[in-house]
Structure formats: structure tokens, C-alpha cells
Design a protein around this ligand. Structure first.
Ligand SMILES: Nc1nc2c(c(=O)[nH]1)N[C@H]1C(S)=C(S)[C@@H](COP(=O)(O)OP(=O)(O)OC[C@H]3O[C@@H](n4cnc5c(=O)[nH]c(N)nc54)[C@H](O)[C@@H]3O)O[C@H]1N2
Ligand SMILES: Nc1nc2c(c(=O)[nH]1)N[C@H]1C(S)=C(S)[C@@H](COP(=O)(O)OP(=O)(O)OC[C@H]3O[C@@H](n4cnc5c(=O)[nH]c(N)nc54)[C@H](O)[C@@H]3O)O[C@H]1N2
Ligand code: SF4
Ligand SMILES: [Mo]
Length: 688
């Protein structure tokens, strides 16, 4: 435990920037957030969510005792830890005896530390023996992950430190509102522009981020793929393709070149709504750039063609000869605190630690040896997040679900149906720090420690592994996720013990990841403290870590990046007479995700949901600013006040998803490769 006066260097509990902050003790239990100016990623800056992050400490909203559903009243009542864990283990055993191992499913989160994500994957495969595990990262950056793996042979959100973007000549943001979603990162764009670099923003809404742009393109939601095809067409027509780079470092250009031949600017204008002259201006900027960076975020990725869209922007970056060059290339801005690490250590349906694939025999042998189990005992691939939820209660679907780190009721697409599936389960167990909307449906709720009360590593959007250090004792009655996993494993008669010591688990994770793509073998807590984070891959203690990937080769078998031709199909659901407008969803600065945490922090404004629409649309449907409107889709409806602004396309409405509502509307069409749901576009009607 740290002395009373000492400040503990740690990181924010929320997004993928993982801003460094210092937590100063105030009296016996309270903590105060102070800047940590030396931490390079945020240089002491925080957004308002970071400054207010300690607001849940000591709050009456914190869960401090296990709760179990009373069989008679159906209400949750307080229970002891032994009672709650015995109950869960007993029901799990009964359900598995009756229906097989896959009767139990696990749903993790990209906010969990690396240690938790690793233990959760191991717990599912070894203690439960189930293949049914996936996590909310499937709804976050999975399309970019899938594209990165296909094109570059590896998936690391940014293959370079974020600050590199300052030194580019042109930065193109496709579907990122980073001024609201990773606000301290906006400084890099300001510096880029001070240096004379240009910023391009592509978004159906003129956001705070777009306000900074030199060029702003406002496409119809769901048409970014066509836009990328059109830009590559123009680059090729202008002779701007870096033939030397293409010949030396890539394969597949001839196919891609043919595939963009028919995407002339006027056709792209008809499809995307972006003027042909604006397309030409963007192509011109890119053609003239020595160093260009394309960054995608959820606006481009959360689509039924999200992977194809990212691949097409990667094609643009490859044609320009950028990936692997210093201060240039392609990157995805990951979202959750551990969005990157959360997808590397085995809580994904198809994956084992080190970003190994679960159906690769060599990977199974390696990981089973580290775990001390028979490789043949490890289950195979499970279902992706939405498909897992969709299968609940069906003949071969799970009958019980254990949730750590996600508020599914608010954040899953097609949430009316999803809620029904959760309600129909034989057993729903939720570990959380507060009574989230999902915890409120549970049969057993287990109260866990939050970030400042525990230690663990996270991997930020740059692939930098950082250390969150415990700054205060947890409230009485609360246990860590690691304790819960170990307690259940023991009760289930796991063949191997589960540690509850983060540093010990991290060392094991390093061994399990050794030789894999995301190799952490050379990283230790001491090194992270001394070096302000270490970039993976880092295969040995003597290895410096890898801030920049692809300088000499890509991670594909032949070392070349892949151009992969894509065809535009458009959004899965198109507007029609009954549902004439495009609905898109996303974030506001002051709220985080499902809002489970931030809606409970008093110093953050809780506006409730709203429906952002253009004055022309408002006039057409008779809506007035601040007055309620009804939004309907084929899946559900919600009522919320209109927010009338001229910054959005007149054919589109935007609803933030931090409150129950938005996801009653959204479409569950899935990307064929990443299984990402189409959160960012569907057809809707608006009435006043
Ligand atoms: N304040 C805040 N910050 C966060 C989070 C949060 O909940 N709140 N969550 C974190 C997480 S997990 C994530 S994943 C990131 C997400 O970070 P972002 O991707 O920046 O956030 P979003 O608001 O989901 O989407 C970005 C933009 O995409 C636009 N958009 C919608 N449809 C389309 C489209 O079809 N094409 C294009 N080009 N753009 C489109 C939206 O108008 C929006 O401005 O933020 C992280 N940071
Ligand atoms: N319509 C629409 N829907 C979306 C999106 C969108 O843009 N539009 N974005 C999607 C994206 S990108 C994401 S990432 C998801 C996120 O959506 P969710 O998966 O719901 O993410 P959170 O709200 O962060 O949920 C985390 C839950 O875990 C709890 N928690 C926090 N820390 C811990 C911990 O250490 N242990 C445990 N056990 N619990 C913890 C929190 O209190 C909270 O209840 O939403 C997706 N849903
Ligand atoms: S930008 Fe992200 S990590 Fe930084 S303070 Fe805000 S929420 Fe926290
Ligand atoms: Mo996310």
C-alpha cells in the first residue's frame, strides 16, 4: 500500500488513449486526479471524463455486496460471497451435466485489463471447457482488425506512435470524431496544421473534429467504401500511384486497379453525395503528399461492409506507398481502454493468447503447455458476440451467460430482441461495479473493484502496454474480477489453479504469448514503469519493443502487403417510403459507452438521449428543437427531444447510444468477415 501523501501514477479508466494521470490521496479514502505531464501520449491533458473519473469512488451507486435473485419474489437480495459463488458453480455444473459444456457462455469486454482478459479466456476454455466466449470488442474495432490481418498480416490499431501524425503532410480521418472521443489527441492535429499539414475529415456530421479540417467531406452514411474506390480511381488516373513501392512491397495491385476503373468521380458523387470537385481536391492533396496518414474509426468500420471499407482505404495508403514509411501510413483508432490488448489474449471466440488462432494445432500445443493441460481438451472456435447472443436458449445455444465488462442491454444492436434473449436465460451472472441495465436483469450480480482499486496492464491505441497501479483500497465487500474467476474455477474443480496476482498472471501471459504475433514475453511491470510503456511485439527483456511496424516488411508470409479488391454493395438497409431517412449513432464527449459509469458521475452532464436533425428535415416532419420526436425502425422505436442543427446531412439523423434507446433501433446485419453489426446506418422514420 502506498503512503498517505504519495501520488500514484496510473491511467484513466475509460478510452483507448489511456491518458496518464496521477492519483493523489485526499484524507483516508478520497482520491484526486492530478496531471502526469511527462506521460508522452497525453502530456498531462485529460478530457472531462478523465478529470472526473474518481466520481464513482465512495458513491452510493457502487455495488458492495453480491446479489442473488430471490426465487419467490424475483427480486435481487444481498448474499454472501460464498453463497453467491456456490450458487453459480452449482447451476453451471447442473446445466453442463444436462446440456454439455457449451451450455455456458462468457461475454467479456475491451475495458478489462490484459490480465483479466487472459484469465477469462483461460477460465472459459479450461475451467468451463466451453467454446462459447466472445466480447464487446467485436462491436468496436473488429472490422479494422480483420482488414489489418488480411492486408498487413497483423492487427495493431496504430502501427506507429500517435504523435507521428503531427509530421505528416496530410491526415485523413474517416469516421472519427476524435475531438470528442479522444480529445487530448486533437493536439496532434493542431500541431500538424501549425506545421502546414492538412487535415481532411469524412463524416456525415460536421463535428467538433470536422471544425478543424481544411477539407470536410459529408457522405451519406454507409458509402465510405465507394468514396475510397473513387479516390483510388483518381489517384491512378493522375499517375499518383507509387509504382516502385507497389512492385517492391505489395501484391494484388493489378486486380485492385481493375476494380476501381469504373468508379469515376460523377458516379461516386451519385453514390456518396460528395461533390466530384471535393473528391478531386482530396485526391490532389494525397497525390501531392510526401507523407500521408489515413485513420479510420467507428464511422467507417461499424458497417456490414466495414472490413471492405477499411481494406479499400488501406489500398489507397498502399497505392501512395505510405505504410511502413515514417510519419505516414494507415491506422485504426481503437476505442476502449484495452481495445487493443482485449483482442490479443484469448477472450475472442477464435483466439488463444498472443493473437494465436484457436484452430491452429501449433498454437494449441504451445498454450496448453503453458497452462499445463492436454491440448485436446481445449474447445474449438465459438460464436461471435452477436451470434452468441442470438443463439442463447436455442437447441444448441448456451443456457447461461457470464458477463464481465459489458452492458449488453444498452450497447448491443437490435436491443429489444437481445434483452428478450437475456431475460429467457436459465442463468445470467453479471460482474460489475454498478447496477448496469444488464446487471439489473441478472440472477446473480457480483460487485467488483474498479480501476483505481486494482493493478493491471492495458494496451493503448498505439500498441503501447501501460500499467494501471492501485491507488486505494476497494470498498469492503468488493472483490476483483480475478478473485471471482479464481473462486469459480476452484468450485468447478478446475484441473489447474487460477492466480489472483496481476503481476504473476502478466508473467504467465508473457510466456503464453511468446512467439505469437502479439508477443509480450519481454515486457514486465518494472520495464513499463521505467519506460512509460513498452510497444509489442517485445519478445525478450533485451528487446526494445516495437513502436513502428512494417519499416522493412509486413507480417505476411512473404513480407508483402496485400492489395485486396472490394466491391461496393451499400448499407444492408436502404431508405424507402416507410423509413425514409438514414439513422446513424455514436458518441458525445461527456458520456462513455453504455453510460453505466459516466451517467452516475455527478460532475458530468447527463442530457439524456436526443435526435440530431437538420432544420430542413425538422421542418418536413414538423419537429421543433427540444420537443420530442419519435424515431422508428423495423426493429423498434424511441422517443427523445429533437436537437436541430445545420451540421448534419438533411437526409440523416444521429442518436447517441449512451442511454437505452438508440440500440432498439439499430440493425443487426453483420459484416461477413468481422461479424461487426451495422451500428452506423439503418433506415428510419421520424415523426413529431
Ligand atoms: N466521449 C466518448 N469517448 C469515447 C467513447 C465514448 O463512449 N464516449 N468510446 C470509446 C470507444 S469504445 C470508441 S470505439 C471510440 C469511438 O470513436 P469514434 O469512432 O470517433 O466515435 P463515434 O461517435 O462512434 O463515430 C465517429 C463518427 O462517425 C460518424 N459516422 C457515422 N456514420 C458514418 C459513416 O457512414 N461514415 C463516416 N465516415 N462517418 C460516419 C459519426 O457522425 C461520428 O461523428 O471512442 C472512444 N472514446
Ligand atoms: N448504437 C451503437 N451501439 C454501439 C456503438 C455505437 O457506436 N453505436 N459502439 C459499440 C462499441 S464501439 C462498443 S466498445 C460497445 C461498448 O458498450 P459496452 O460493452 O456496454 O461498454 P461499457 O458501457 O463500457 O460497459 C462496461 C460495463 O462493465 C462495467 N465495468 C467497467 N470496468 C469493469 C471491470 O473492470 N470489470 C467488470 N466486471 N466490469 C467493469 C461498467 O460499469 C459497464 O457496466 O458499444 C457498442 N455499441
Ligand atoms: S481521452 Fe480517454 S483516456 Fe484520456 S481522459 Fe478522456 S476518457 Fe480518459
Ligand atoms: Mo468501442
Amino acid at each position: 500500500m502506498t503512503p498517505e501523501t504519495e501520488a500514484v501514477r496510473t491511467h484513466c479508466p475509460y478510452c483507448s488513449l489511456q491518458c496518464g494521470m496521477s492519483l493523489q490521496k485526499q484524507g483516508r479514502a478520497a482520491l484526486e486526479v492530478q496531471p502526469w505531464p511527462d506521460f508522452p501520449v497525453n502530456e498531462g491533458a485529460l478530457c472531462r471524463k478523465g478529470w472526473t473519473a474518481v466520481g464513482l469512488r465512495g458513491s452510493r451507486e457502487r455495488l458492495t455486496t453480491p446479489l442473488v435473485k430471490d426465487r419467490v419474489t424475483g427480486e435481487l437480495r444481498a448474499a454472501g460471497w460464498d453463497e453467491a459463488l456456490d450458487l453459480v458453480a452449482g447451476r453451471v455444473r447442473d446445466l453442463q451435466a444436462a446440456h454439455g459444456k457449451d451450455a455456458i457462455a462468457v461475454f467479456g469486454g475491451g475495458g478489462l485489463t490484459n490480465e483479466k482478459a487472459y484469465q477469462l479466456g483461460k477460465f472459459a476454455r479450461v475451467a468451463l471447457g466451453t467454446s462459447q466466449i466472445d466480447y464487446n470488442g467485436r462491436w468496436c474495432m473488429s472490422s479494422a482488425a480483420s482488414a489489418g490481418n488480411q492486408a498487413f498480416g497483423v492487427d495493431r490499431g496504430l502501427p506507429f506512435p500517435l504523435a507521428d501524425v503531427e509530421h505528416a503532410d496530410v491526415v485523413v480521418l474517416v469516421g472519427s470524431n476524435l475531438a470528442e472521443t479522444i480529445p487530448p489527441a486533437a493536439r496532434h492535429l493542431d500541431r500538424l496544421r501549425e506545421r502546414g499539414g492538412r487535415l481532411v475529415v469524412i463524416d456525415p456530421r460536421r463535428t467538433l473534429t470536422a471544425e478543424r479540417a481544411d477539407l470536410f467531406l459529408q457522405p451519406v452514411p454507409g458509402t465510405d467504401l465507394a468514396l475510397a474506390l473513387g479516390i483510388l480511381h483518381l489517384l491512378d488516373a493522375q499517375g499518383a500511384v507509387d509504382e516502385e513501392y507497389v512492385a517492391a512491397r505489395t501484391t494484388g495491385w493489378a486486380d485492385v486497379r481493375r476494380s476501381v476503373a469504373s468508379w469515376w468521380p460523377e458516379r461516386v458523387e451519385r453514390t456518396t453525395g460528395v461533390a466530384a470537385d471535393d473528391l478531386r481536391e482530396l485526391a490532389g492533396l494525397l497525390a501531392g503528399a510526401e507523407r500521408a496518414v489515413v485513420l479510420t474509426a467507428r464511422g467507417a468500420e461499424q458497417h456490414a461492409q466495414g472490413t471492405a471499407t477499411v481494406l479499400s482505404w488501406i489500398n489507397v495508403a498502399l497505392a501512395l506507398g505510405m505504410p511502413g514509411k515514417r510519419f505516414a501510413g494507415y491506422g485504426c483508432l481503437t476505442g476502449q481502454g484495452n481495445g487493443q490488448g482485449g483482442r490479443e489474449h484469448g477472450q475472442k471466440a477464435d483466439q488463444l493468447p498472443g493473437y494465436r488462432m484457436i484452430d491452429d494445432p501449433a498454437a494449441r500445443d504451445h498454450v496448453a503447455a503453458v497452462w499445463g493441460v492436454d491440448p485436446a481438451s481445449l474447445p474449438g472456435r465459438g460464436r461471435s458476440a452477436y451470434e452468441l447472443l442470438e443463439s442463447l436458449g436455442t437447441d444448441d445455444g448456451a443456457k447461461a451467460l457470464l458477463v464481465l465488462g459489458s452492458n449488453i442491454v444498452v450497447s448491443a444492436p437490435n436491443a429489444v430482441r437481445v434483452t428478450e434473449w437475456l431475460e429467457a436465460l436459465d442463468l445470467l451472472v453479471v460482474c460489475d461495479i454498478v447496477m448496469s441495465e444488464t446487471a439489473a436483469l441478472a440472477d446473480v450480480v457480483l460487485p467488483v473493484t474498479q480501476w483505481a482499486e486494482e493493478t493491471g496492464t492495458m494496451t493503448n491505441l498505439e500498441g503501447r502496454v501501460i500499467l494501471r497501479q492501485q491507488a486505494a483500497a476497494p470498498p469492503a465487500g468488493v472483490r476483483s474480477d480475478l478473485d471471482v474467476i479464481a473462486g469459480l474455477a476452484e468450485r468447478l474443480g478446475s484441473p489447474i489453479p487460477f492466480s489472483t496476482e496481476p503481476e504473476e498472471i502478466f508473467a504467465e501471459l508473457g510466456r503464453a504469448s511468446a512467439g505469437g504475433k502479439a508477443d509480450y514475453a519481454g515486457i514486465s511491470y518494472d520495464r513499463i514503469r521505467a519506460e512509460q510503456g513498452v510497444f509489442w511485439p517485445c519478445p525478450a527483456p533485451s528487446h526494445p519493443g516495437t513502436p513502428r511496424l512494417f519499416a522493412d516488411a509486413f507480417a505476411t508470409p512473404d513480407g508483402r502487403a496485400r492489395f485486396l479488391a472490394q466491391e461496393f454493395a451499400g448499407a444492408a438497409e436502404q431508405p424507402d417510403r416507410a423509413y425514409p431517412v438514414h439513422l446513424t449513432t455514436g458518441r458525445v464527449l461527456a458520456q462513455y459507452q453504455s453510460g453505466a459509469q459516466t451517467r452516475r458521475i455527478r460532475d458530468l452532464p447527463d442530457t439524456g438521449p436526443f435526435v440530431e436533425m437538420h432544420p430542413m428535415l425538422a421542418a418536413r416532419v414538423g419537429a421543433r428543437d427540444g420537443e420530442p420526436v419519435l424515431v422508428r425502425t423495423r426493429r423498434g422505436e424511441m422517443k427523445a427531444p429533437a436537437r436541430v442543427v445545420d451540421t448534419i446531412r438533411p437526409d440523416t439523423v444521429f442518436v447517441p447510444f449512451h442511454w437505452v434507446g438508440a440500440n432498439r433501433l439499430t440493425n443487426d446485419a453483420l459484416d461477413p468477415s468481422s461479424r461487426m453489426p451495422e451500428f452506423k446506418v439503418c433506415a428510419a422514420s421520424v415523426t413529431s
